[in-house]
Ligand binder design. Structure first.
Ligand code: URP
Ligand code: ZN
Ligand code: ZN
Length: 587
């Protein structure tokens, strides 16, 4: 694909391409599909419908037989990250260029301070790295990699003044970014007080450190040791512990990169018992490949698949994870794009613990999921939009600016050709590495046009990104998808006393019936939420719960070709799910 890089300065982007009509396509949103045209002006979607009145001189894209979807939102990237003594190959230019090529028009990257470093200083560094390079809009999460009262103050400042509404804590990477449980309590509680969203990397870092020592002592030094040092149980334990800690401090929770069936099961149980929403994110890597690669005899090949948590050797994992996404046991898919050059991966040639962790995924995330989920009939296009775009927009409070094709939204649009066939390969991808973990996979379904803020950046397959075209997206705290819609939200619990504990009165002590004491209150809430999830009704906060085991809409009958063939007779398909999809925590 030709790739034209242009500088924002020196060209008048607006006057050359400020009006665009996407005609004859099928518009897909999380809550339904309709045959409609989309008119864009000055970077904003102005009209969606049929028989639109359009000014002369407007460029028209014919989307007959194509799907017109909100641009993807990748909630998890690491561009220009220094980690384990190496720096990622994809910087903010090459990383966002690759993302756009694959249909993603917004990324959310992670500011990761060193232990002891000011969070604000790290945030400013990230803004400096990213602002002039990004080819699409981007937001930031900030890592809480150490704990002190100063960190707490800086978290408040980041929320109030710098557009941050999510913080990531690590339960792994002992002696680097890991927090202990006491620190996790503080960090999550602070998030809840700030109405920000705590995120966790869920793996038991102490067990990993112990296992690593034993494996190395036994002479297991190759990449297979990475997986052996941190099996599914090590992930599932941390998922459960993170949920328990969140529940103790009455915080919502977002678990990043969920990689195993055991971890998803722990999440599924926690989502049923807890009072605050929990979101689970998985990765393109998880659905698109598996942990058998760690046993490849070629070090380069095996090391290129090293990420944490690792890919699982159980070959049934990818399909189970797709099913979990379809069933709303998982809510989002990211890439965790964190690419390292071959030379950097080789740092761990004699010791798997020194292989920098990370894989590609920003470019192929959408096509890989389409292939594994939609082409197999496990997911319909609306759910695809939910998990690749709309839910991230809602959770990180970017909706409806992002994540939906609607008048007034940013013109971040993908014209998706469900029949476009290609073979994924490092030889033609846009990442800065010469390895692709999806190498050789044939996919049917890819973007034909990608429009970023109204500009056609993938133009009938030709990539024409603009370095610096993207903007930083400040994200406001108190996301309705996380903390409830303000109008219907229950009164906020007082800070630091989320369970409203009270002491047992002397009268209660005397007659031995501690009615309404802390434990009972807590138990009542648990029973309440159990009966709610069992009946499929609303939660105490008014959120819709999915029926246990309920399958995705049209999961067995949906067929892309049928949908597209019926396009001229059927103008609109409304799905059963409310805006926000079937998620139990979105409304
Ligand atoms: O292996 C991974 N996931 N690398 C990136 C850092 C992280 O833990 O997200
Ligand atoms: Zn992580
Ligand atoms: Zn990551």
């Amino acid at each position: 694909m030709p790739d034209t890089q242009q500088s924002v300065s020196g060209i008048n982007i607006k006057s050359s391409q400020n009006r665009l009509l996407i005609k004859n396509g099928r518009v897909v949103n999380e809550d339904g599909m309709e045959d409609a045209d989309v008119y864009i002006e000055d970077g904003i979607i102005k009209q969606v419908g049929r028989n639109l009145i359009i000014p002369g001189g407007t460029r028209t894209i014919d989307a007959t037989g194509k799907l017109v979807m909100p641009g993807g939102i990748d909630p998890h990237t690491h561009f220009e990250l220094e980690m384990m003594g190496a720096k990622t190959a994809d910087d903010f230019y090459k990383g966002t260029r690759a993302a756009v090529a694959g249909g993603t028009t917004t990324v959310i990257d992670f500011v990761l301070p060193q232990k002891g470093q000011s969070l604000i200083e790290a945030y400013n560094n990230w803004r400096q790295k990213a602002d002039s390079k990004v080819c699409c809009d981007y937001g930031l999460h900030v890592g809480v990699t150490w704990w002190s009262p100063a960190v707490r103050r800086e978290m408040a400042q980041l929320v109030a003044e710098h557009g941050i509404n999510s913080f990531k804590m690590f339960m792994a990477y002992k002696d680097a970014w890991m927090l202990d449980d006491y620190e996790l309590c503080h960090a999550m509680e602070t998030c809840a007080e700030l109405r920000a969203l705590p995120q966790v990397h869920a793996e038991n870092g102490n067990i990993i450190a112990h296992n690593t020592e034993k494996l190395l002592a036994a002479g297991i030094t190759g990449p297979e040791g990475h997986q052996l040092s941190r099996n599914e149980e090590v992930e599932a334990e941390a998922v459960n512990r993170a949920c328990v800690i969140a529940n103790q401090v009455n915080a919502p929770l977002y678990i990043v990169h969920m990689m195993s069936k055991s971890a998803v099961e722990a999440l599924r149980l926690a989502r049923r018992r807890q009072r605050q929403p929990i979101f689970g994110e998985t990765l393109a890597a998880t659905v698109g490949t598996d942990g058998t690669h760690y046993r490849n005899a070629c070090f380069r090949h095996a090391a290129a698949h090293v990420l944490s948590p690792p890919l699982r050797p159980d070959p049934t994992t990818p399909e189970a994870i797709v099913q979990a996404l379809a069933d709303d046991d998982l809510q989002l898919i990211g890439s965790d794009n964190c690419t390292f050059a071959e030379g950097d991966k080789a740092r761990g040639r004699d010791n798997f613990a020194h292989i920098p962790n990370g894989v590609n995924g920003a470019e192929d995330r959408m096509a890989v999921l389409w292939q594994k989920a939609v082409n197999t009939g496990m997911m319909d296009p609306c759910r695809f939009v939910a998990v690749t775009s709309a839910t991230a927009a809602r959770v990180f409070n970017l909706w409806p600016r992002k994540g939906v094709i609607a008048a007034g939204s940013d013109a971040d649009v993908v014209v998706w050709d469900p029949r476009l066939q290609r073979t994924i390969s490092a030889s033609n991808h846009h990442h800065a590495v010469d390895f692709n973990i999806f190498e050789g996979q044939n996919v049917s379904g890819s973007p034909q046009y990608v429009i970023v803020n109204g500009r056609v950046c993938l133009d009938d397959g030709n990539l024409r990104v603009v370095e610096g075209l993207g903007k930083f997206l400040p994200t406001r705290a108190d996301s309705p998808a996380v903390y409830g819609a303000p109008a219907h939200a229950p009164a906020a619990p007082p800070a630091h006393t989320p369970h409203s504990p009270r002491s047992v009165t002397s009268a209660e002590h005397t007659n031995g019936t501690p009615t309404g004491g802390y434990e009972e209150l807590h138990l009542n809430k648990q029973l309440e939420s159990m009966s709610v999830s069992g009946s499929g009704c609303s939660t105490p906060t008014g959120r819709k719960m999915r029926e246990p085991g309920q399958r995705d809409l049209q999961n067995s009958t949906f067929s892309i070709s049928k949908e597209m063939e019926g396009a001229d007779t059927k103008t609109s398909v409304r799905v059963r799910n409310p805006p926000g999809g079937k998620s139990s925590v979105l409304w």
